[in-house]
Design a protein around this ligand. Structure first.
Ligand SMILES: [Zn+2]
Length: 191
């Protein structure tokens, strides 16, 4: 792939365009961008969800408290701004749990579409979330502030979600690296 554009602003990092093999312009994946920026190795993605599920995975008590408070706040309810405020509160609590500065949280679009183009910039303590508010993407990108490993970000976010959102977990289906929540009221809602 040939990069045909480059970011000039922080929030454009996840929307670089690359030239595909057939010459068509397409959005670069966050994995490609982060790899190019020395942040993660896209090849570290687990091949299956099952291989990273771990009933014995340990979480800091403060992390479980933070995520359970987030769960109780009903992450999918409220206006876009109200839902974003819940993620800001979650990030603030997780940052305290890990003794890191509160991350800079950028919402990179209007909250529509999928969240697969979300990304983290650990060197800047910044997470860019895109698409519908997604618990798992929010967890996943937060973990990149702690650890570059793609596999660990997947492992931590999915096991944490399963632990704290057991009913929603039962309704998850997976499409590649994307988890979707099937609910009667909102069949395409992401988590
Ligand atoms: Zn990742």
């Amino acid at each position: 792939m040939i990069v045909v554009a480059w970011p000039t602003r922080l929030d454009s990092l996840a929307s670089e365009r690359v030239l595909g093999r057939n010459g068509s312009e397409q959005l670069a994946s966050p994995a490609l961008l982060m790899s190019r920026n020395g942040m993660t190795n896209p090849n570290e993605y687990p091949a299956t969800v099952q291989e990273i599920l771990d009933d014995t995975m340990k979480f800091k008590p403060a992390v479980l408290r933070a995520v359970r408070a987030y769960s109780k706040s009903r992450p999918w309810r409220g206006t876009l701004e109200e839902r974003r405020q819940k993620i800001r509160a979650l990030y603030a609590a997780l940052a305290i749990a890990y003794s890191i500065p509160t991350p800079t949280l950028v919402f990179g679009d209007n909250g529509e579409g999928d969240s697969g183009r979300s990304c983290a910039i650990p060197a800047m303590g910044t997470v860019i979330l895109r698409g519908k508010n997604s618990c798992i993407s929010a967890f996943h990108e937060f973990h990149h502030l702690l650890d570059n490993s793609e596999r660990e970000a997947c492992r931590w976010s999915l096991n944490l979600f399963r632990r704290c959102f057991p009913r929603s977990w039962a309704h998850l289906r997976f499409e590649g690296h994307m988890a979707r929540l099937d609910r009667p009221a909102d069949p395409s809602a992401e988590v």
